[in-house]
Design a protein around this ligand. Structure first.
Ligand SMILES: Nc1ncnc2c1ncn2[C@@H]1O[C@H](COP(=O)(O)OP(=O)(O)OP(=O)(O)O)[C@@H](O)[C@H]1O
Length: 805
């Protein structure tokens, strides 16, 4: 039996998602409903108001709680359109853009007044940026055509690239019609002009927008539909994997192709199999990469190479690259797709993080894996208590299996432990779910107004996806990279909102990521004990006066016909303090873990090994320690009686069992607690200090290891493992039966004191001679200039790197 509870809960949640109620978009204070146009969901707008029936009186909180509340995010966000007024207004560019576009921005469906910095920077380049290259206007000759743009998460980059894209299309259609009349030797012919325009819009793709995930592609397509609301007959086409290719093609063949939004895999597939798509794309004059750094990364490289070979050469098209994170390396790679003389717009000052400064970020390194689930529950409870009536949490997990497991744990445990109890809505998104249920969960979470909702997600929601009103982002385990950390945290504190917080929760052995990869990110530490105290204080405060905590939250208990309301925020059932006590939390967890299928935990364990082992260089720990860490997670956090069995074959595939030692992955534990520090990980990274204070490290010379420990006596262990005292074992390495050769040879190759003699230049090596290879590999000589030409070879193999997300 595979995790029955897990499976039941997953089905239940997808059913719940499909029956979700009309959605409320918090971005503009309007309720949105789904309709259909061009094969994708289009939001329509109508107004909706809530009556406030809750009244409350204030009480004086304790000193600790006052501090707590002072540190908590402000209770209300700045609604969209109310960004500070010192920014340029949209009205100020009314001469630069068409009236239908302006109307969509300032009147309906959006009501934005001012531009964000990135929008203002791009708007400055209008109208030249959106005019056809053959235009005789001065604006064209002086304006750069290609853009590389870096701006903070949640600052409206989508508008910044969609507005020029829409304007360019409008201008191109207009120019084409006029040219057709001129070519016919006429001065004016409305009928001919209209016919030429119609033909142009059906044959030529206007702008191609490439986005790494389906969720983001759908969101961009929806924003494009809203922005072109007042442009007559404008059409947006969407290509993404996981749903019917035939339907997408039927839609594409039906009408205009003003904007095509696509994920790389599906687009490449269609380009190779559908001549009509290839023909349309070959005439496309503008291509936009959203989340450009991710698309230019190795994971998507093959697909992007293939797609670029269908597009016009870079001298004949415009290319925009947008992202919140653009490293120097990505900027170098970007040169291959951007025209010379492109403009680099960077609205993230060098000294600042690409996440908004007003989003406080915390990290916790748990003392033991057994603290993981309790700490997560406390973070969720903390959010429900500090953002009462509007808590919306996004929980990120490293693998799909982990996401499935934690969605079940969160869904079940929230009923017994969290302040909102059974009213907490838990949604789940990852690659194992069907595309329809992913869309349903994403839409439902976006529209959720229950005041206590949680989206448990893998990295498919990490980039670009806009969920208004997210009050907290929790990351359990390390993200795939520093950039991914930034993008995940960027899901909160968006569009000028002052509400938001990020929490990173790590197991002891993951601390290296914090020290080495996130050393420039402004994270503050919070211990699990501190959080437990804060939650207890907040719970006591609530129990003393629930109304005070819900002050100002519109609670509607009955609908117009007097029936109990199903949606909307509601107050928590007091008393909360007993429910949030450590004992109660631990009991609830223990009771639930008994019902979780061991197989589900073992599969999650295997997925974690697959995720973490390649990360050993980033974490700066040995693979064996990762294996030991994952084993202890399975037993201590998930309650397995014994660590899951890992076969030798699996270890070998993971590069763990390299044959040099048969003890790989077996961590040594001294049975006497007095010989160990309280938490052996506390001393990580301080080895020099430790050796001064206690020259014998953590072991005494007279100690004997456990009889079962196969690593031999203490000295041998210490010497080999920590390398401080080496009891003359070096020559041992060069034993006759050691295939690695003499000691020096081994040392040279391994520790880089001597460079190994080059073996690359083997006559059969096609990479040419050493210098050529090194030059191109390490950048000493510039790589031969690479252009994605239309005639380039089409690569067959695809590796999109999202298989496990
Ligand atoms: N000028 C504006 N005034 C108010 N709100 C805006 C404005 N422009 C965009 N927004 C809103 O801000 C939110 C974030 O926009 P968007 O998703 O484009 O950000 P982003 O910079 O692309 O974020 P990410 O880096 O996460 O992809 C959206 O809800 C959008 O409607």
């Amino acid at each position: 039996m595979t995790c029955s509870l897990l499976a039941r809960a997953t089905t239940a949640s997808s059913r719940a998602c499909f029956h979700s109620q009309p959605f409320q978009s918090q971005s503009n204070g309007f309720a949105t409903f789904r309709g259909k146009r061009a094969g994708i969901f289009i939001p329509r707008v109508c107004s909706r108001k809530y009556e406030s029936t809750a009244t409350a009186s204030a009480v004086t909180p304790s000193v600790a709680l006052q501090e707590n509340i002072a540190n908590a995010p402000a209770p209300t966000g700045v609604p969209a359109g109310n960004l500070p007024l010192d920014r340029p207004s949209w009205e100020s560019i009314k001469q630069m853009i068409s009236y239908p576009t302006l109307r969509a921005i300032i009147e309906n469906p959006y009501q934005f007044k001012t531009m964000t910095p990135v929008q203002a920077e791009v708007a400055q380049l209008l109208p030249g940026l959106a005019l056809p290259p053959e235009s005789t206007s001065n604006d064209v000759s002086t304006c750069p055509r290609d853009l590389l743009v870096k701006a903070k998460t949640g600052t409206g980059k989508t508008f910044a690239f969609l507005i020029p894209a829409i304007e360019a299309r409008v201008n191109a259609i207009h120019a084409w019609g006029k040219q057709a009349v001129r070519d016919a030797g006429l001065v004016s012919d409305k009928h001919l002009e209209a016919q030429a325009r119609r033909q142009f819009t059906r044959e030529h793709v206007g702008t191609l927008i490439i986005s790494p995930t389906r969720e983001l592609a759908t969101q961009i397509a929806n924003t494009a539909i809203k922005l072109t609301h007042h442009h007559k007959d404008f059409e947006v086409r969407l290509f993404y994997g996981g749903s019917s290719k035939r339907m997408q093609m039927r839609d594409f063949m039906k009408g205009r192709r003003d904007i095509v939004v696509a994920t790389p895999g599906r687009l490449r597939d269609l380009l190779q199999s559908e001549p009509e798509v290839a023909k349309g794309i070959s005439k496309c004059k503008m291509v936009i990469f959203d989340e450009a750094d991710m698309l230019l990364d190795m994971g998507f490289r093959d697909d992007i190479d293939a797609i670029m070979s269908y597009l016009p050469p870079k001298s004949e098209r415009q290319t925009f690259l947008f992202s919140a994170t653009l490293s120097r390396t990505v900027r170098q790679v970007a040169q291959t797709v951007l025209a010379q003389g492109h403009k680099f717009i960077d609205v993230v000052p060098e000294s600042e993080s690409p996440v908004h400064a007003h989003v406080p970020q915390y990290h916790t390194v748990l003392p033991t894996p057994s603290q993981q689930i309790p700490h997560l529950l406390r973070l969720l409870a903390h959010d429900q208590l500090t953002n009462s009536g509007k808590s919306k949490v996004l929980l990120f997990l490293p693998t799909t299996r982990m996401t499935q497991l934690f969605a079940t744990l969160t869904r079940e445990l929230s009923k017994a432990v969290l302040p909102a109890g059974a009213h907490t809505k838990v949604y789940e998104i990852h690659s194992k779910r069907t595309q329809d249920s992913r869309i349903a969960a994403s839409d439902a979470f976006r529209a959720d107004n229950s005041g206590a909702s949680i989206l448990v997600s893998s990295d498919v929601s990490a980039r670009g996806v806009d969920y208004p009103g997210v009050t907290r982002v929790i990351q359990l385990g390390i993200p795939a990279a520093t950039e991914q950390y930034i993008h995940r945290v960027g899901r909160t504190g968006r569009q000028g909102s002052t509400v938001g917080r990020g929490d990173l929760v790590l197991l002891p052995w993951e601390i290296g990521f914090l020290s080495w990869q996130l050393n420039e990110v402004p994270l503050k530490p919070v211990t699990s004990d501190e959080l437990a105290r804060q939650v207890q204080d907040l719970a006591a405060h609530y129990d003393a006066d629930p109304q005070a905590v819900f002050k100002g939250v519109p609670i509607k208990l009955h609908d117009a016909r007097g029936r109990p309301m199903r949606g909307g925020p509601r107050m928590y059932d007091a008393p909360l303090s007993p429910r949030l006590s450590s004992e109660e939390i631990n009991n609830s967890i223990a009771a639930l873990l008994k019902h979780i299928d061991e197989e589900a935990i073992k599969e999650t364990f295997a997925s974690l090994l697959g995720y973490y082992i390649p990360k050993s260089p980033e974490l700066r720990i040995q693979k064996g320690n990762i294996l030991a860490g994952c084993r202890s997670w399975a037993t201590e956090a998930c309650g397995l009686p014994t660590p899951p069995y890992v076969s030798d074959g699996f270890l070998q595939r993971m590069g763990l069992n390299d044959g040099r030692t048969k003890h790989f992955g077996k961590s040594y534990r001294d049975p006497r607690s007095s010989a160990r520090p309280v938490n052996s990980w506390e001393t990580r990274g301080k080895q020099n200090k430790r050796s001064f204070e206690n020259p014998r490290g953590n072991f005494r010379r007279d100690e004997q290891l456990d009889d079962n420990d196969p690593s031999g006596n203490v000295d041998e262990y210490r010497g080999a493992r920590y390398g401080r005292e080496r009891p003359e074992p070096r020559k041992e390495w060069g034993r006759d039966n050691d295939r690695s050769g003499g000691v020096d040879e081994y040392r040279g190759a391994r520790y880089g004191r001597e460079k190994p003699k080059r073996e690359w230049a083997h006559p059969s090596d096609p990479s040419g001679d050493t210098e050529e290879y090194r030059g191109s590999r390490h950048g000493r000589e510039n790589r031969p200039h690479r252009e994605w030409s239309r005639d380039g070879p089409h690569r067959e193999n695809s590796s999109r790197g999202f298989s496990n997300r």
